[in-house]
Design a protein around this ligand. Structure first.
Ligand SMILES: [Zn+2]
Length: 251
């Protein structure tokens, strides 16, 4: 772990060529992947920071349509945590939505299977497909400069926010603001937007989890076909974070 500049406001997971992921988390460490690995990359940044730039006021607050899929994650188990989710998907005149509503619902089902050992589930309560240009955002966002604006534009503060965008045109594929400093939300680029292990991993950051270097763990810095496990400790951290930070998102 090499020391990096200590003032980066974001932790970042990057992909360079075959698969080099740089992760800067508060302590600004750089993680280097095992040479020769062929595990698909993943990832996202995280980053509570008191130095986040003040976002410009959103122009037109877009309205997401309520979803009536009948797929609530409410459970008769009083310990089960059912978390509300808002999905926003970019579209433009050249292509349909990056993540269709049907795909988004399928994604939620798949993530719920991954998170079920923690007694945590998600239900998509609203879905919005939008041309980002109409609200002053770029289809291919520069996540370093536009993530805060994206979150401010779409967050309703009543649900977890996942925004499926065009590609970031950088090594980073997703970013998530960890608990601490609003606005909150996950941005994931189109190639990974329907991957339950990528988005499920990002929601792990949302719920306060950092990386765990274990090739079968959901929070491994690299996402592979078997990175789907969660430990009892991770479950407790996520559940505790939901109780302390996201109680207004529980259903
Ligand atoms: Zn991560």
């Amino acid at each position: 772990m090499n020391s990096k500049t200590a003032h980066s406001p974001h932790s970042v997971h990057s992909i360079l060529g075959a698969l080099i992921i740089n992760v800067f988390i508060l302590t600004a460490c750089q993680l280097t992947p095992t040479p020769g690995t062929n595990i698909p990359p993943i990832e996202v940044p995280t980053a509570p920071s008191p130095h986040s730039p003040t976002p410009p006021a959103p122009t037109i607050p877009p309205v997401a349509a309520p979803v009536n899929s009948g797929k609530s994650c409410k459970s008769s188990d009083p310990d089960f945590q059912c978390m509300a989710l808002k999905v926003v998907s970019y579209e433009d005149s050249q292509m349909p939505s990056v993540l269709s509503e049907a795909k988004a619902l399928e994604l939620v089902d798949q993530m719920n299977a991954v998170w079920s050992p923690c007694k945590i589930g998600f239900q998509m309560e609203s879905y919005l497909s939008i041309n980002p240009i109409t609200v002053g955002l770029d289809f291919h966002p520069n996540w370093r400069t536009q993530s805060t604006q994206v979150r401010s534009t779409f967050s309703d503060s009543q649900s977890f926010l996942v925004v499926a965008t065009g590609s970031f045109s950088s090594a980073t594929i997703a970013v998530t603001q960890m608990p601490g400093y609003a606005p909150f939300g996950t941005l994931v680029e189109e190639q990974y937007a329907d991957n339950p292990l990528t988005v499920g991993h990002e929601l792990g950051h949302y719920m306060g989890l950092y990386h765990l270097r274990n090739s079968t763990n959901l929070m491994n810095p690299y996402i592979g076909p078997h990175t789907e496990n969660l430990t009892a400790s991770q479950c407790e951290i996520a559940r505790s974070t939901n109780r302390s930070n996201w109680v207004h998102m529980m259903r």
